[in-house]
Design a protein around this ligand. Sequence first.
Ligand code: AVI
Length: 316
Amino acid sequence: MSSIHFHDLHSQIDRFAEDVIAGLSQRPATLAPKYFYDERGSALFEAITELPEYYPTRTEIGILRDNAADIAREVGSTSLLVEPGGGSLAKVRILLEGLRPLAYVPMDISRDHLRLSAAALAEDFPWLEIHATCTDYSRLMQLPASTPTGTTLAFFPGSSIGNFDPPEAVRFLRAIAELVGPGGYLLIGVDLKKESAILEAAYDDAAGVTAAFNLNLLTRINRELEANFNLPQWRHRAFYNPGPGRIEMHLLSLRPQQVVVEGHPFHFKEGETIHTENSYKYSGEEFATLAGKAGFHGQALWSDPAKLFSVHLLRV
Ligand code: AVI
């Protein structure tokens, strides 16, 4: 029987209301992409990962499958496997048999989603000790007290690193380096730079799922905070900005309007946007340089034949 433990570190650090009010007070207005993932947002994200235009998930899964034995050989024996932002915990399944860690610590901000995914994983991997940890890993990168010590591998797939601005990414990678300690590893998925038409289709799909995902953030604010966003007056916009090398997602105000959030009025002109997400794309060398600033050196690098996506194994 697998042992499963649940640790809730999130209640200490919930700042949704403060972050929304601060973000909407800025010009350009911004909202943090980590807030996309309420229950509906998490379900919409799962749907995005299956869209024909959204290549990163299926490409990364292919890379992990094709190279799982190689990855296990490179890392050697692992005591602890930590996954910040595990979500559905689907990709780790590809690695578990090869790595055979003593314990696995998935961390996620979305409490119920994490509980369900961890329970399903426990059924399929009865030998594994699981410490499901509800936390905002971008703020609190901390292991629960009762996890085993020894060689630690952090797993951060999905190119979620692209959702941080480069200086934040370096800070986040430093926190991972500290968590895994000297000799510890990071296996990380990074989306590669490519033709902008491929990128833009991936973030503005024909079926409108990404648009629904982006707009759901306003629905969440209306529901969880006292707010009155009028959804038909906002539109999803996504484009590649080649200077910084990132996809930007925005919500476009279709007319002049006022929105009230917890008693704070915010005015938006027609054409003004709320910037909701960046998704940075890196060449292999650009990412290795970034990771070097956080104290990691490259041990191995895998990619797919079309060079859409990369998986780096880094070591402290
Ligand atoms: C979670 N993250 C890596 C996704 C991305 O591709 O940046 C989030 C996403 N946003 C729109 N589509 C997917």
